[in-house]
Design a protein around this ligand. Structure first.
Ligand code: NAI
Length: 401
């Protein structure tokens, strides 16, 4: 029996996952994208073409995955029933509609995977799925296994880089999963990256790295910006300065303190996956980091980060200005730092560095999340903070209430 893989989304990552999974006849691949007419356009594109993924292999040779996913639809009745694994490969701001669409068709024993789910993924799932969440196994990863960009919608995608290692966490439901979650995701992704899973699901929400890396570095570079355009977009990681690295490390230490406090309160919860950012970097990029002498040097010398720049907008009069509308603020603050700060509040851990960045970020967005030291601002409805769902106890955050 083939593994029935349902991929949610229609962007870069969804194309790559669909293409790789469908290139193995042991997988039966369906894609569900709810966005506009994307499903129709993608199906039509594949009437006259295969889905081709271009990449450079480790031996330096140009290679391709060539395949055709079995079904691309926006209809959950066609897509969901019978699925073994259901994989979210779509930005966090679009997740709610997918949970709503999945809900009527969810079967106990299904495995739902966030790739990445981003912070608070499971809170939204519990809120929307209600009792249906009980029989489901949740498996969240920290990121996407590839850097990738569509070159021709529906037909062709470039995989710029593969991660070598891919780390996630599993929380089993009350019903045994239909398939082994780790074996199944590995089968759908092929041999690269090597997938592992350990620790509680909450560890992924706490250490969803984009959530705190991006806003911390944005804050470090731009919080005292004088408003004058700069000549070019600064390098995001290679151009990191000591103060920004210290801030990022400080934010990460606050998150580790949240995890330690939770572990002290709940002996059975394994949050060994909620590590400091320097340890996470060594775990994800053991071969890419050239200089491990300090945290700053690790970030500056990571091959996987080479050439990545700050999001900017071009100025008519020349030069560039920071793009404060970028995902690094608009996604990573409400679907990241605010969630982590909300958990800190529930367990009473002070987070002065996180607070400073949220205060700055919400100001840029013209939103209110953190007010008078509490996650209670008028805009928490656009976040996935636990408070937004009425989860105000540790048991609720852990899915036990
Ligand atoms: P993407 O930017 O390609 O996603 C676009 C897709 O999202 C659209 O095709 C559509 O299906 C959906 N979408 C967009 N606007 C929507 C709306 N208003 N309502 C409903 N659906 C909408 O995303 P990508 O690149 O596939 O990334 C997926 C996740 O992986 C993101 O969270 C991203 O931050 C993360 N990631 C991506 C990397 C990459 O290289 N592409 C690398 C590392 C992480």
């Amino acid at each position: 029996m083939p593994l029935k893989v349902l991929i949610l989304g229609g962007g870069n990552g969804a194309h790559v996952h669909a293409g790789i999974a469908a290139s193995n006849p042991e997988n039966e691949v369906r894609v569900m994208t709810l966005f506009q007419d994307e499903a129709e356009r993608w199906s039509k594109a594949l009437e006259s073409s295969d889905l081709v993924l271009d990449y450079t292999d480790k031996d330096g040779k140009e290679k391709q995955f060539v395949s055709k996913p079995g079904l691309i639809t926006k209809d959950p009745k066609l897509a969901v029933p019978g699925s073994d694994i259901i994989v979210f490969v779509v930005p966090a701001f679009a997740h709610a509609q997918y949970w709503e669409a999945l809900k009527p068709h969810m079967e106990p024993g299904m495995v739902v995977i966030g790739m990445p789910g981003a912070a608070g993924w499971e809170f939204q799932a519990y809120d929307i799925l209600g009792d249906k969440a009980k029989g489901i196994t949740f498996f969240n990863f920290n990121t996407l296994p590839w850097n990738c960009r569509i070159t021709e919608f529906g037909k062709r995608v470039g995989i710029v880089g593969f991660k070598d290692y891919f780390v996630g966490a599993i929380r089993k439901g009350s019903v045994e999963p239909k398939v082994d979650p780790l074996k199944a995701i590995q089968q759908s992704l092929g041999p690269r990256p090597v997938c592992t899973a350990y620790g509680d699901l909450l560890g992924m929400t706490l250490t969803y790295t984009n959530a705190f890396i991006h806003p911390s570095i944005m804050y470090g570079r731009w919080h005292d910006w004088d408003g004058k355009p700069v000549s070019e977009s600064p390098l995001f990681y290679q151009g990191l300065d000591q103060a920004s690295a210290d801030l990022l490390s400080g934010v990460s230490s606050e998150i580790v303190a949240i995890a330690k406090t939770i572990s002290a309160k709940k002996a059975g919860i394994d949050l060994s996956n909620a590590k400091h950012i320097s340890d996470i970097m060594l775990e994800f990029y053991p071969e890419d980091i050239k200089d491990k002498s300090s945290f700053l040097r690790m970030m500056q010398s990571n091959k996987a980060f080479e050439g990545l720049r700050h999001p900017v907008i071009n100025n008519e009069g020349g030069g560039v200005s920071p793009d404060f509308k970028a995902r690094y603020i608009w996604e990573d603050v409400p679907f990241g730092l605010v969630v982590q700060r909300g958990i800190a509040e529930i367990v009473g851990v002070p987070t002065p560095n996180i607070d400073k960045i949220i205060t700055w970020g919400q100001g840029l967005m013209g939103k209110e999340f953190l007010v008078d030291g509490k996650i209670k601002g008028k805009d928490i409805g656009m976040t996935r903070a636990p408070q937004r769902y009425g989860f105000t106890t540790l048991d609720a955050v852990l899915g036990a209430a």
